[in-house]
Write a protein of this length. Sequence first.
Length: 306
Amino acid sequence: MASMDLSIPKTAKAAVLTDRGGKYIFKEDYPVKQPSELLPGECLVKIEYSGVCHSDLHVKLGDWQKKSILPLIGGHEAVGRVVAIGEHSDAGTVKIGDRVGLKWFADVCMKCEMCRKGYEACCPQSKAHGFTVNGTFAEYVGLTVYKALKQSQAKIGDWVAISGAGGGLGHLEDEAVQYAVAMGLRVLAIDTGAAKKELCSKLGAEKWVDFKETTDIVADVRAATDGLGPHAALIAVGDARPFNPALLYLRSAGTLVAIGMPGGNALLNVPVTLLIGKSLTILGSAVGYVTLGFLYLIQFTWALLK
């Protein structure tokens, strides 16, 4: 690894939201937490790259029922380098200079029933980057989609339809295409625009449906997936509209995995006769749990190396 500057300034750049629905204010002098201020188990990361997720827009607009803190540094998808670690932290976790990723959840208690059972996303004491604590739109400041693919129970050779495949929740959806291909799944990408179509094709998607050009998305998705529909559908956009059509184009015994979280009081309208008649499964996936992370990384890496 090339040498890096580990000096920590007193202030740095940050994008701060002060009014719900307002604009981010770019500050050049936002205070940087110093090493002496870090608690055991905390570290300071110098951000190299940060993604922008559709969820960040919902947070900015304040159109979810639960509201963010204000003022707020937004963002929850980033990579960077550890530049400081809190005193008395577990030395076996991370080291100065390590590259790390930051995700939606910033912290969970690891003591409650949900955490003990591996459902950290449901921890009542959880904290979220760019929502309940400051996030990644700053110089200094962590499995979502792959877990959704695992939850879909799709098998090698199965079709999976990914709505927002060209990048809906940040760029996690184009990562979903790569994960799916590495897992041996056949990908139908649903998005709009020539650039996103080209990206999805390069990443391995076999079929494409442009939701703005189609006049019957249910028929077109079914036609593209052997006439029966995909075995699984991942809805990774922060919009309510793609959810109900997915239930219609899924083949029998298919699985809908909801990842994107629309604003307002969006409802999933499921006719009971359809749910029972097609033996459909509906799941929600917030983030990948800690206990699955290492397994997923190993599996994905091994698939790419084969």
